[in-house]
Write a protein that binds this ligand. Structure first.
Ligand SMILES: Cc1ncc(COP(=O)(O)O)c(C=O)c1O
Length: 468
């Protein structure tokens, strides 16, 4: 038998490891296959409807599943739970100003609370909202405020095999075409997400952010950022964009945000917390509207639906998230899993993005049409094989066209393995990779699913399926 090699040795370099050690552990439980056969049936073959106690390795989402640091937990103990003017709010405000650079902050309970506020404030019914691919809750809030979403992402984002460096970029020609068609006054704002979740966690370049800013200035249109994974985006800029290799991720993030009029944030991702969000802008008048509206839907403008302790954890998490050695290990872990799967010929979105591996269910199950929900099927099969929980990001997530009632049929039919931050080890990634391989080897036996219950909003959360 040849001498075993570490992963670093296999790649011809010295190994490196996470910049933290484990102080507290949470036991995991493995179920047997007959139990998983039953639990997935009871959950309607929808991984969102499983009980977490029936899951072994939980890659449903990287949202709110982060492990907090000892400093964040210590910060929780300093929660100032005053109804108004909590000290922790001011810490959070300072952290957002320092690292994201926006002047005025309104906290919200999570990202969609912020999306709700900004959509209601800035969209007039009938206006267009161009964005670099849709995100489920973002688009729904834009539509509920009367907006019409228009996808202006570069074409390569829809091709899982294109290995472009910045597949999250906005195509300026698409913006030009839209403005020629509807006029500048019919554009509510540009909705820029960095990274782009639905495209596979693909980044936006600094050059693109700068160019979109110039376009917005020329046409007097605002530019708002979905900053949910903007720190991960900054890492890709550091790695791939000329001129940024020697800059700190913290500085890159700051520059990126400087091209925006404001941002909304699901802090449950980049900011290493379990709950929280915010919207922040530079214009005072807009801030006043947001600050007024938050009182109606979330809570007073100095807590926005959060406890003081949650705001403190977020403030500390923001500072931890922009450390270069942290972000390198975070994305390094996602890539480790990606490298194994790539080596074994598993079809997935390439290059691997920031927060997850996105398996390409179309190529995984070429014999299933989109009406048989290949990505949903793949998530159900992975769970059956090993108790690993993934999520559908394809036709089910895309929902229906509000005008025609037909399914949106996205080109990308993906099953997402989202990696929680600072939670699992390299050994867990090995187990995941082997399970994906086992499901791939049995792919010909799979026949797909049928949707038997469909809720009105964000159907992927609660829809139920049966085997064909
Ligand atoms: C890119 C993006 N924007 C917004 C949201 C919504 O945030 P939340 O889940 O905190 O409401 C998410 C959550 O998954 C997201 O990934």
């Amino acid at each position: 038998m040849p001498a075993p090699k570490t992963f670093g040795q296999q790649l011809g370099r010295r190994s490196w490891a996470e910049p933290w050690k484990i102080k507290m552990v949470e036991p995991l439980f493995m179920t047997d296959r007959p139990t998983r056969e039953r639990t997935r049936r009871e959950a309607g073959y929808n991984t969102f409807l499983l009980r977490s106690r029936d899951v072994y390795i939980d890659l449903l989402t990287d949202s709110g599943t982060n492990a907090m640091s000892d400093r964040q937990w210590a910060g929780m103990m300093t929660g100032d739970e005053a109804y108004a003017g909590s000290e922790n709010f001011y810490h959070l405000e300072e952290a957002v100003q320092r690292h994201y650079g926006f002047m005025h902050l309104v906290p919200t309970h999570q990202g969609r609370g912020a999306e709700h506020l900004i959509s209601r404030t800035v969209i007039r019914p009938g206006q267009y909202v161009p964005g670099n691919m849709y995100f489920t809750t973002t688009r729904l809030h834009q539509e509920m405020a009367g907006g019409i979403f228009e996808d202006v992402i570069v074409d390569i984002a829809h091709d899982p095999q294109d290995r472009g460096d910045f597949k999250g970029n906005i195509d300026l020609a698409k913006l030009d075409a839209l403005i020629a068609r509807v006029g500048a006054s019919q554009i509510a704002y540009i909705s820029l997400a960095a990274t782009v979740n639905m495209a596979g966690g693909q980044p936006v370049s600094m050059a693109n952010a700068r160019a979109v800013r110039a376009w917005c200035d020329a046409h007097n249109v605002r530019l708002f950022l979905d900053a949910t994974r903007a720190v991960e985006n900054a890492f890709f800029i550091q790695e791939r964009e000329p001129g940024y290799a020697d800059k700190r991720v913290a500085d890159i993030l700051h520059e990126f945000c400087s091209y925006m009029d404001g941002a909304w944030m699901s802090a449950k991702k980049d900011s290493l917390v379990n709950i929280g969000g915010w919207v922040a802008v530079n214009e005072w008048a807009l801030f006043e509207e947001l600050r007024n509206l938050v009182v109606v839907f979330e809570g007073l403008h100095t807590y926005g639906g959060l406890a003081g302790r949650d705001m403190e954890a977020m403030a500390i998490g923001i500072a931890e998230s922009v450390q270069d050695e942290y972000i390198r290990s975070r994305i390094g872990q996602v890539r480790y899993l990606g490298m194994l799967l790539e080596e074994w010929g598993i079809p997935m979105v390439e290059p691997v993005g920031g927060h997850a591996i996105f398996l390409d269910a179309r190529r995984f199950y070429p014999h299933l049409t989109q009406d048989r929900f290949p990505a949903q099927t793949l998530a159900a099969e992975l769970y059956l094989d090993s108790g690993i929980r993934a999520m559908e990001r394809g036709i089910v997530s895309a929902g229906r066209d509000p005008k025609t009632g037909d399914h949106h049929r996205p080109k990308l039919e993906l099953t997402r393995l989202a990696i929680p931050r600072r939670v699992y080890t390299q050994a867990h990634m090995d187990v995941v990779a082997e399970s994906v391989k086992a499901v791939f080897d049995r792919r010909a036996e799979v026949r797909g699913l049928e949707m038997v219950y469909e809720p009105t909003y964000l159907r992927f959360f609660q829809a139920r399926f049966e085997p064909r």
